[in-house]
Structures are given as structure tokens and as C-alpha cells.
Design a protein around this ligand. Structure first.
Ligand code: GDP
Ligand code: MG
Length: 184
């Protein structure tokens, strides 16, 4: 049997975070190249795979998109155990998704993995930044996100799945870091 991609060029990623922060839209934008307005709440978890090139090397990304709702939280370790990278997503316009849910997922990862999972912290929905409709709600600034990422030893990025901002860059960065880590 021959495979185009050997194991060392294949990385498993998992998206974690409160429901409705845009995890599914981020994955769909990456896979389909467009914003999927019709995305329905994820049940349990869904899987997608994609191949990208990093420095001329073909890399296969196996992406697990999890559901953030309480009743599915117990299932999440099945998806993040053995992952090379965890992409922790919050919405910049939903403070709870940042202040409470990110810590929940970081603690969950700490408890149930051996600490080998690389962390990425992603602030999604930056298209809503300074949106007058959202002005009553305090938004999470880029500086706050970066500080939090520093404290977690995570790589920080901001995205908008609605506008396609930062999505390619996110998966490229994840793939690059996974590759660097694997060759250590
Ligand atoms: P998930 O539960 O984390 O998977 O979130 P979804 O991907 O299902 O998205 C939840 C809601 O947020 C949907 O109504 C999306 O249309 C919306 N959404 C997702 N990404 C963005 C974004 O970047 N900007 C805006 N404005 N809305 C978004
Ligand atoms: Mg989802």
C-alpha cells in the first residue's frame, strides 16, 4: 500500500470553544473558500480533511470541529487526545466566550492530555469590531487576546469567517508550527 503523505506530514487539529463563536464557519471557509451562512449547530463533532503546502511540502490536515454545548463537553477529549494542535476559538464580541470558556478548555486539555498539544488562540468575528449595532457589548481587544495567548503559551491570531480574514493564515500557521514541532 502506498500513501502520498507519510505520517509525519499528517497533523490532527481540533477546534474547541463556546458554541456560536464561529468554529464551523472557520473550517467551512477554509475548506470551501466561502462563508457558509447556513451552517447549523454542530452535533458532537464533524471531520474534514485538507491538504496544503508548507515550504513545498504537502501537509495533510485532519480537522475535528467539535460542538461547544454543555452536553457535548464530555465527548471533547475523544477528539483532542492525540491532537497535534488545539485551536481555541472565542468571539471578540462575546466576552463570556473569552473570559470563561477559553479557561475551561485550557484546563480540560491540561487535565486530560500530556501537554503535547500545541495551543492556538483565535479571536473570531473581527468584522464586528466597532460595529455600532454591537456597541453596548464590550468587545475583546487584540491586545487582550495577545496577552491571554502569551499567558497560555499559545499562538494568537484574529479571524473573520464572515469576511474570510485570517483563515488561510491560521491554517498555514498551524501547519507550519506542527511541522516545526514534529522535526524537533
Ligand atoms: P460554532 O458553534 O462555533 O461552530 O459557530 P458557527 O460556525 O455555527 O457560527 C455561529 C454563528 O456565528 C452563525 O450565525 C454564523 O453565521 C456566525 N458567524 C460565524 N463566523 C462569523 C464571523 O466571522 N463574523 C460574523 N459576523 N458572524 C460569524
Ligand atoms: Mg459548530
Amino acid at each position: 500500500m502506498s500513501l502520498d503523505i507519510d505520517d509525519e506530514n499528517e497533523f490532527k487539529l481540533v477546534l474547541l470553544g463556546q458554541s456560536s463563536v464561529g468554529k464551523t464557519c472557520i473550517v467551512n471557509y477554509f475548506i470551501l473558500g466561502q462563508f457558509d451562512q447556513s451552517a447549523t449547530p454542530t452535533l458532537g463533532a464533524t471531520y474534514a480533511s485538507s491538504q496544503i503546502d508548507v515550504n513545498g511540502k504537502p501537509i495533510s490536515l485532519q480537522i475535528w470541529d467539535t460542538a461547544g454545548q454543555e452536553r457535548y463537553k464530555v465527548l471533547a477529549p475523544m477528539y483532542y487526545r492525540g491532537s497535534h494542535a488545539a485551536i481555541l476559538v472565542y468571539s471578540i464580541s462575546d466576552p463570556q466566550s473569552f473570559y470563561s470558556e477559553i479557561d475551561y478548555w485550557v484546563n480540560s486539555l491540561k487535565e486530560k492530555t500530556d501537554g503535547n498539544v500545541q495551543l492556538f488562540l483565535v479571536g473570531n468575528k473581527i468584522d464586528l469590531r466597532d460595529n455600532p449595532d454591537d456597541s453596548e457589548v464590550a468587545q475583546i481587544t487584540e491586545e487582550e487576546g495577545q496577552e491571554k495567548a502569551n499567558s497560555l503559551g499559545a499562538t494568537f491570531m484574529e479571524t473573520s469567517a464572515a469576511k474570510g480574514i485570517g483563515i488561510e493564515e491560521l491554517f498555514n500557521t498551524v501547519a507550519k508550527k506542527c511541522l516545526e514541532n514534529a522535526s524537533k
